[in-house]
Ligand binder design. Structure first.
Ligand code: SF4
Length: 240
């Protein structure tokens, strides 16, 4: 899913609850491969946004897209599938995915190895297009319905990459990592990465790898010079 320009770089707004529903990800019951498989089957059958929408009904048949395996130590949370991912059924099969893999320093063979990389977007289904042809935001029904349950089944995740404002808004509370703008939140990446949370993985905020952020990348050279080397180091360690 390609973010709009305002969404990439604009102010982040407060979550509806005024606090961030962080991952209370440590499981109530011991997760197993079978329990994760059961959950994925439930998600694949989910039709909440078609049959019980919170607002406008999803205009097309839902096609949830995620990649999970309980062995994964690295997780990626982006926004939601765009048209290409909706068609392929595989996450990040688009130019943003190419750029993200170059940021991570890994190729498709590692990126699509679910045992090494979990991909859990904020919305699992393509949300549709707005009047200007841009992707709509991730469906707001999805994260409350599924997010904590998915991460309960991923007990080995040590680092979660928060790509874009929706993932950052969900996982970072105001004053606890989330700043007023996405730019400032990403600039604070060192402090956020250093934080330890016994209930969840470490977190690292990133901008969206969309072409829409080319200008942002140009005026923030520290991102490629300082953040990406650390990101690649972490990814290499966690996907070895
Ligand atoms: S976006 Fe999420 S909540 Fe909505 S239909 Fe798809 S899986 Fe269900």
């Amino acid at each position: 899913m390609e973010p709009s320009r305002g969404e990439c770089l604009g102010k982040t707004s407060a979550s509806p609850t005024g606090k961030s529903p962080r991952l209370s990800a440590r499981p109530r019951a011991r997760p197993t491969a079978a329990s994760l498989k059961r959950l994925v089957t439930q998600i694949e059958a989910c039709r909440i946004c078609r049959d019980q929408p919170n607002g406008a009904r999803l205009a097309h048949e839902p096609r949830p897209v995620l990649q999970v395996d309980r062995r994964a130590r690295l997780a990626i949370s982006g926004q939601a599938p765009g048209t290409r991912v909706h068609a392929s059924g595989r996450p990040f099969t688009d130019p943003s995915g190419d750029r993200l893999r170059s940021w991570l320093g890994i190729g498709p063979e590692i990126f699509y190895d679910a045992a090494r990389v979990a991909i859990v977007p904020m919305g699992f289904c393509f949300p549709g297009l707005d009047a200007k042809g841009g992707d709509l935001p991730p469906r707001k029904e999805c994260a409350p319905a599924w997010r904590a349950r998915v991460f309960e089944q991923l007990p080995n995740v040590e680092l979660l990459l928060l790509i874009g404002q929706y993932a950052q808004r969900w996982h970072l509370a105001p004053g606890e990592g989330r700043a007023a703008t996405l730019t400032q939140t990403v600039m604070d990446w060192r402090q956020i990465l250093q934080r330890e949370d016994e209930d969840g993985p470490r977190l690292l905020p990133l901008p969206h790898p969309s072409w829409r952020n080319n200008a942002w990348l140009k005026v923030h050279p520290w991102f490629e010079a300082e953040l990406l080397p650390e990101l690649r180091k972490q990814v290499e360690r966690l996907t070895a």
